[in-house]
Write a protein that binds this ligand. Sequence first.
Ligand SMILES: [Cu+2]
Length: 389
Amino acid sequence: MKSISNKLASLLLIAGTWVGGVAHAVQDLPGGPAVNQLNLHPPVTKIAEEQHFLHWMMLIICTVIFVAVFSVMFYSIWKHRQSKGAKAANFHESVTVEVVWTIIPFIIVILMALPATKVLVAQKDTTNADLTIKTTGYQWKWGYDYITGEGEGLAFISTLDSSHRVMSDSGNVKEAPANYLLKVDNPMVVPVNKKIRIITTANDVIHAFMVPAFGIKQDAIPGFVRDTWFRAEKIGDYYGQCAELCGKEHAYMPIHVKVVSAEDYTAWVADQKKKAAAKLDDPTKVWTLEDIVKRGEKVYAANCAACHQANGKGAGPIKPLDGAAVVLDADHAKQIQIVLKGAANGAMPAWGQLSDTDIAAVVSYTKNNWSNKTGQLVQPSEVVAQRGK
Ligand SMILES: [Cu+2]
């Protein structure tokens, strides 16, 4: 008994210092969560505002009913208690009472349902959008494809900033910034005051696209498309997360939406188009070992290090790449196939969405890093050849 209470005390102490330590560092994140936040996120769309109104209206109606009903009940019980000689009144089959207690709740329900239905219908009205963006959930990142409207054709992947991931793994979050685990490499960028239609789908398991400040939350289901929309009325950065438990890295697929002015949006689109053109790698290009390994290092850090570790040693079921037979093999086909198609039923994800050059680069990198000094170079053309197999 003693030892249990001791253990409990030390646990509480640890919890106390942990909470205390974190409380110093964490700050409110505008457009994201706030410290000790109790209310919904401050709304930046009409729909989110109406959701707030509905939330509070219904909470107040329910509270008033609760207080009224229980006051009458407790008062009656106390006032007409038996010890005072109270005699129970008998109103069996009182038509008046039955009509009243049917009609009043009915009116209350209608009063709540009418505005709620109005908002629900508005939420579902995705017609006449200025911009349509397809968001695809992947384990564990988001893909954004600008389908129609200004910026049509842009497509990129948005992943958690790797330094935040390192921070999370180490457990050392004392210095964590306000956007801890919400910082991504490529945020979704949209213009202010424009109707943005979001089409959601997924590549592997069910995810959900949620941005509380916009009042949107939509499941992203493999093989299906769903949609939702928002019209952000304030320039700024807004944050959300995948809202469907989608595997062990579920907590590491944040959403960052940057709402910018029309001019800034146009400039961003032009800039992205230029970058995309520059990045459009020629898969027939012949690389030197040094250049491709340098490129592969970045691909590895962004996509592979979370599992295989920066030191290539892996962990548990995640096989090491340092010293692995497949990696050292002079026949490149098997390794390229594993990277393209995944292995162990998706425990090693498929990376087919990476470009031929990126795959060639990361394979070359693993073949020439750590103790793997094979000197082997994999060209993008080899990846092209393996894709069809
Ligand atoms: Cu997810």
